[in-house]
Design a protein around this ligand. Sequence first.
Ligand code: GLC
Length: 535
Amino acid sequence: MSGFQWWHTAVIYQIYPRSFMDGNGDGVGDLAGIISRLDYLQDLGIDAIWISPIYPSPMADFGYDVSDYTDIDPLFGDLATFDRLLEAIHRRGMRLILDWVPNHTSDEHPWFIESRASRENPRRDWYIWKDAKPDGSPPNNWRSFFGGLAWEWDATTEQYYLHLFDRKQPDLNWRNPEVKASMFETLRFWMERGVDGFRMDVVSFIIKDEQFRDNPVEEIVDDDVSDSNPIHREQRHIYDIDRPEVHDVMREIRAVIDAYPERVSIGEIWTEPLARWAEFFGQNGDELHLPFHFGLLFLPWQAQPIRVQIEALEAVLPPGAWPSNVLGSHDASRLATRFGPQAVRTAAMLLLTLRGTPVVYMGEEIGMVDGVIPADKIQDPQGINSGAELSRDPCRTPFQWSEVPYAGFSTVEPWLPVAEGYEQRNVAAQQVDPHSVLNLYKRLLAYRKSTPALQQGAYHTVTDTPDTCYAYLREYDGQRRLIVLSFADAEQTLSLDAIADRGKVAVSSGLDREGEDLDLSRLRLGAHEGLIIEI
Ligand code: GLC
């Protein structure tokens, strides 16, 4: 394992804490709830837990609006409960990654309360305040990613402040050294407590154009922008986000992290195209350990686009850089809904056999689908401002533990309704079904853990396959594994004897072919079947 850190070989599991497990019966998940389910996570076989924000927050964006970076919101628990959680995670040999939200605070953070108090306040310059144009309009054409303008007029001090997200999320001014120093202290606070690393929220957004120029207005065509949010398509986002100067700050952040041994820095980096995204590893590997790779999230569930994306990713990685693939999150439609139910098993196999550190969003391991949220129950500010089709509530519904009311998540009505079909699609039911999606995840996680070729091996595309099929090799120190994934609705027969004459099934997506000896000149592959083959 030389040169490999724990996070190279780990599988990360994302918990959206409001929706994982309610420990105190108020309809919202919490830290006590997570503690009560650690045995489940250990048994599942994941290595590290990333928890979306748990800090004090008015919850305008459900924790991504932080009003104190060094405490726990009472809704989730307190610092003593947090310490218990961390200790219980470490005792099980797992790691804990916290979400860190550097781009903006809550407007109820004491820093912003001071900043907005007067133009002379010493913290005025901690946020981004600008005069109106002579006609009273905002300083430039930047838009909030949640819809509407990115500028909010403050009548008391007669200036606009910038918010790239909700108006209750004012952007910090990272060009101010005091802001930097204070934010770095918040990282140290949690590392001193023993936290193993951070997932850094929209960290590439933290530096804005020094001259605050207008973004060029032009309609962005499909190929350039991969998701469906119209805000991402109506302007070229070259002055508001992803500024080249941000890399200087990224290196400073990394130095703070590196002062503590074995900590990981992960970044939510949407930057496109991939060549610019890859810059976030740093020219000397001195920025992020793991910028998340989101390139698979919005592709159609088809072999060729996925293959092309992975090849492009592999080609663009600087020497020594390590990918981290994401197929689901609290911001995107569930993969069973987005790609279709037929994709659930092959997606699991893809995610857990590609080169890199996989991130499993809670609930994907039981094949959860998007919930249906009535219009009057929408909670997500993006959904409220930009329309129900952009609401992220459907992928944030309560975790489905069992068939009892509220899916065993809570004893009272949860903050979001439980998704339909939970009576069948839940942990308890899938634990006793040997062929369930949950047991597939367990098998894949266990197999990956015992197979260096999957944890550390090189990646090579197998080129000689039909268009409806994606096959690749993972190789490490003489150990070779062939992964074959079908995207077809019908059975097919493949000739893969250019790779090897014979092979043996290690894992099949239906958990029904293990140990089968294969003649690779005539490999039978079921509809939407995936195989890991020992060769
Ligand atoms: C990130 C988070 C998202 C949040 C936004 C603003 O994209 O993943 O949930 O709303 O940042 O903090």
